[in-house]
Design a protein around this ligand. Sequence first.
Ligand SMILES: Nc1nc2c(ncn2[C@@H]2O[C@H](COP(=O)(O)OP(=O)(O)O)[C@@H](O)[C@H]2O)c(=O)[nH]1
Ligand SMILES: [Mg+2]
Length: 248
Amino acid sequence: MTLDKTYRIALAGNPNTGKSTLFNALTGLKQHTGNWAGKTVGMAQGRVNYKKSDYLLIDLPGTYSLYSKSTDEEVARNYIVFEKPHVSLVILDATSLERNLNLALQVIEMTSNVIVCVNLIDEAKKRGIEIDEQRLMRELGVPVLKISARNRTGFTALLDTIDRMISGEISTSPLALKYNNEIEDKIKLLEPNVKKLVGDRFPTRWITLRLLDGDTSLLDEIQKRMQEEEEPQWKSVVKTKGSHLEHF
Ligand SMILES: Nc1nc2c(ncn2[C@@H]2O[C@H](COP(=O)(O)OP(=O)(O)O)[C@@H](O)[C@H]2O)c(=O)[nH]1
Ligand SMILES: [Mg+2]
């Protein structure tokens, strides 16, 4: 079988939501572990093939939010916003959905290719907790699936949803959280400038919100990324202009 292409699938979630269990169950022995570049945060990548596609799963550090409060949060946030995985899976614990949904809402603000997995559905059932995934799907505007990573249930539906999201069969309409008038007014003022700076590369409303939040380390990161993006083109221009410039 020849595989068409590799697609990157990021796994995000609070700690202890079964991210690694899902990652291990899907990727088996096709794993590679190490550290994130320049960080002491562990990273695991693994492969899973489905239909004609090759998925590279990236197990992001477990976090309660995605601001710049810790290296773990920065790593997870940077991956979703700057490396732009083809799909971001948000893994939630069905037994503490209210707390877990906070992270789902944050990811939905950052990217539209999101699938929400409500995990530990077996445990929720035992405790008499019912999850209305249709309603969640309507409210969040992205696919919501019930799974049990430990019992390996819901995997086919999950892989199928990933497949259909990548092929464009599923389009999402992620919930855009409305803030109070004061904040919304500031967003209106600031967002056009952010757009001028980053274009369509990065999610402008989300960046604007972070700036209003006083997140200056994000600005540094954006600047670094944009320089990195420009550098290769710049280098090739220098090279074609003659050998005397090559020491650059
Ligand atoms: N009952 C149940 N337990 C699960 C499920 N998935 C994971 N767990 C358990 O939840 C705990 C945390 O799982 P882990 O994969 O390490 O979570 P992570 O911190 O998100 O990577 C472990 O004890 C798992 O065995 C599930 O679907 N059902
Ligand atoms: Mg883990």
